[in-house]
Design a protein around this ligand. Structure first.
Ligand SMILES: C[S@@+](CC[C@H](N)C(=O)[O-])C[C@H]1O[C@@H](n2cnc3c(N)ncnc32)[C@H](O)[C@@H]1O
Length: 228
């Protein structure tokens, strides 16, 4: 599928979010893309890679799904040999390009948002994604992202992808957050923000091979799908 074909409704939502206040929609503790915003992105990148036990080597080609304005992309581009920064939103990608630059090694990739990845089989060493799949409005598209990640990974490739868990506590905490943000005028009741969640069983079923696949809980709401 060409990268630009049949975009989901997420493109419209996230383009509008980027125009309204990109920093807030990327990381709700911020309202502008300050040095601290990027420093926090770098710290979180290192923390989550360590939590997942995923190392990035200087020769690796890394795919980041949902790069936003480049908050974590900068750090990933320092670690990797080359990086594909993918996002459903043109506006977010343009900001990421301004914030991170090309550095000769970063490729910005517009994706349709339904999980399809316009990349060849066996073409990346690491797939990384944070607070992105949780915003994908339906499970079919979320699971397609996992399938597609497995397809584009080289044999022996590594994967760290965060999704939202489906426990009653996770659901309740998420709704509290949506309502709190709504009261401040943010568009957090839209399906493109609320997204959907995956059970551990659904995640395991998304992979043709299960050897090495782990699902680790981090806090009440986050799950990390880990391969490697
Ligand atoms: C909350 S932001 C997080 C960005 C980045 N991962 C970070 O932590 O700084 C979510 C990003 O996912 C992108 N996104 C939302 N739905 C998507 C989809 N269906 N496919 C790809 N990207 C999507 C949004 O455009 C946005 O840039």
């Amino acid at each position: 599928m060409p990268a630009d074909s049949a975009p989901t409704s997420s493109r419209q939502f996230w383009d509008a979010a980027a125009r309204e206040n990109a920093a807030w929609y990327v990381a709700t503790g911020y309202t502008s893309e300050t040095p601290e915003f990027f420093a926090q992105g770098a710290r979180e990148t290192d923390h989550f890679l360590q939590f997942c036990g995923i190392g990035i080597r200087p020769t690796d080609r890394v795919l980041e799904i949902g790069c936003g304005v480049g908050r974590m992309t900068r750090r990933l581009s320092e670690l990797a040999g080359s990086l594909v920064a993918a996002d459903v939103s043109r506006e977010m990608l343009e900001r990421a390009r301004q914030n991170v630059g090309d550095r000769g090694t970063v490729e910005y990739l517009l994706v349709p948002g339904n999980g399809a990845l316009p990349l060849s089989d066996d073409s990346v060493d690491v797939v990384f994604s944070y607070i992105t799949l949780q915003h994908v409005p339906n499970q079919v598209d979320q699971l397609r992202y996992l399938h597609e990640s497995a397809r584009v990974l080289r044999p022996g490739g590594r994967l760290a992808v965060q999704v939202r868990g489906d426990t009653p506590r996770a659901i309740a905490l998420d709704w509290l957050g949506h309502l709190r943000h709504l009261l401040r005028g943010r568009q957090t009741l839209r399906p493109e923000w609320r997204g959907s969640r995956l059970s551990d069983a659904a995640i395991a079923g998304a992979f043709d091979y299960s050897a090495g696949l782990k699902v680790c809980r981090l806090g009440a709401r986050h799950r990390w799908v880990i391969l490697g």
